[in-house]
Design a protein around this ligand. Structure first.
Ligand code: SF4
Length: 346
C-alpha cells in the first residue's frame, strides 16, 4: 500500500526518511496536497524559535571573482559588470549603521576574491573589536589555513553554498570547482569551529527532484547551522540566460522539508525568494524560515552585485531594508528580535 503523507512525516521525525519519501513529497503538485507538510514545518519552527526572526545584515563588499559559475551575474567572464571593492572604512560604516538599526550580525559577502583577504581580516578585527557584532563570512573556497586566519581574526560563521550535490550538475555549473573539494571545505570549516552555513539552488536546468532529495540527505549528515535555499533565477549576461525561472512552490516545499530534517538550523527567507514572488519571504517565514538578511551594501554599489536578473532591493534607499524587514516579519505573524542569533543546532 502506498505510504500516506502522515507515514512519511513519521519517517522524517524518526530519522529514517530516504530519497524516495522525500521525492514523493516534493512531487506533490498542489498547495492543498502539500499543506500538511507546511503545517508541520511551521509547527516545528515555532517549537524551536517561537515568533522570533533573526536578522543578518549583508554587506556585498567586493564583486571581483576568480570563478566562472554558469548561473552567476558576477562570474569572471562577465565583462559588462563594473567591478568594485569597498574600502575598510566603507565596510565598517555599513556595519556601524546596521548596528544602530538593531542588527547585531554582519555578513561580509563577496565573489571569490582572495585579493581581498587582507581587507577581510582588517574588517573582521575592527568590527569585532569596536562594534562587538557577530561576523559571518561568505567569501568562497580557501584552504584550511585561510579559514583558520579568518577565525583567529574573530569570524564566527561561514557561509559556503554547495549549490548541488549532484556530481554531474555541480561540474556542469562550476567549471572551476570540484564537488569533493567543496564538501571537504564544509567539513573543514565545521572542524575548525565555525557555525557553518550552506545551501542549494532549486529549479536549476536539468536538476531532478531526486537530486534535490539527495541534497537534503547531505544536509542531514552535515548538520549545518544554517541552510539557504535560493530559487534558480537566470542572469542575462551568463550562459544560462533565457532559461526558465524556478518557482516559489518548489522552493517552499524544499524549505519545509529541510526544516523537518533539521529542526534547529537557521533557515533564511532569502532575497531570491522575494525576487521570484513579491510575498516569497513572508511565505517562507510562515512555513519554517526564521532568518532574514537585509542588504546594507552602500546603494551606489548594489547595481553591480546582481547574481541574477531583477534582484530586489537594488535601488532601495540606504538603510530602508531594516524597516522593510520588520514589515515582512509582521506580515508573517512574527517579529524581529535584537539578537546575534547563535545556532541552536550544535
Ligand atoms: S557564484 Fe560565487 S564563486 Fe561563483 S561566480 Fe558567482 S560569486 Fe563567483
Amino acid at each position: 500500500m502506498a505510504e500516506t503523507i502522515k507515514d512519511i512525516l513519521k519517517e522524517i521525525h524518526a530519522g529514517r526518511i530516504g530519497e524516495s519519501g522525500l521525492v514523493r513529497l516534493l512531487s506533490l503538485p498542489t498547495h492543498d496536497e502539500f499543506q500538511p507538510v507546511f503545517d508541520e514545518s511551521a509547527r516545528i519552527c515555532r517549537k524551536h524559535f517561537g515568533d522570533r526572526v533573526y536578522v543578518r545584515g549583508i554587506v556585498e563588499f567586493s564583486n571581483y571573482c576568480r570563478k566562472g559559475c554558469l548561473y552567476c551575474g558576477i562570474n569572471k567572464a562577465n565583462r559588462r559588470v563594473g567591478r568594485y571593492r569597498l574600502t575598510l572604512e566603507e565596510i565598517f560604516n555599513a556595519a556601524a549603521f546596521m548596528k544602530k538599526q538593531g542588527v547585531l550580525t554582519v555578513v561580509l559577502q563577496s565573489g571569490e576574491d582572495p585579493g581581498s583577504d587582507a581587507l577581510v581580516l582588517d574588517a573582521v578585527r575592527r568590527i569585532k573589536g569596536e562594534l562587538k557584532m557577530a561576523v559571518t563570512l561568505s567569501v568562497g573556497e580557501r584552504d584550511s589555513g585561510g579559514y583558520r586566519e579568518f577565525l583567529r581574526a574573530g569570524a564566527d560563521r561561514y557561509l559556503l553554498r554547495i549549490e548541488s550535490t549532484d556530481p554531474k550538475l555541480f561540474k556542469k555549473l562550476h567549471p572551476d570547482d570540484d564537488l569533493e573539494y567543496r564538501t571537504q571545505c564544509l567539513y573543514s570549516l565545521k572542524k575548525l569551529g565555525y557555525e557553518v552555513g550552506t545551501g542549494i539552488m532549486v529549479g536549476l536546468p536539468d536538476q531532478s527532484l531526486e537530486s534535490i532529495a539527495r541534497d537534503m540527505l547531505f544536509f542531514r549528515e552535515l548538520n549545518p547551522a544554517m541552510v539557504g535555499i535560493g530559487p534558480f533565477l537566470p542572469h542575462q549576461d551568463t550562459p544560462l540566460r533565457g532559461r526558465k525561472n524556478s518557482d516559489i512552490f518548489l522552493t517552499l516545499k524544499t524549505l519545509a522539508l529541510i526544516r523537518l530534517l533539521l529542526p534547529k538550523s537557521n533557515l533564511p527567507a532569502t532575497t531570491a525568494m522575494g525576487t521570484i514572488d513579491p510575498t516569497g519571504r513572508q511565505q517562507a517565514l510562515k512555513i519554517g524560515a526564521n532568518v532574514i538578511m537585509p542588504n546594507f551594501t552602500p546603494s551606489k554599489y548594489r547595481e553591480s552585485y546582481k547574481l541574477y536578473d531583477d534582484k530586489i532591493c537594488v535601488s532601495e534607499e540606504y538603510g530602508k531594508c531594516a524597516s522593510c524587514t520588520r514589515g515582512i516579519a509582521r506580515a508573517a505573524g512574527k517579529c524581529i528580535v535584537r539578537s546575534k542569533g547563535y545556532s541552536k543546532s550544535k
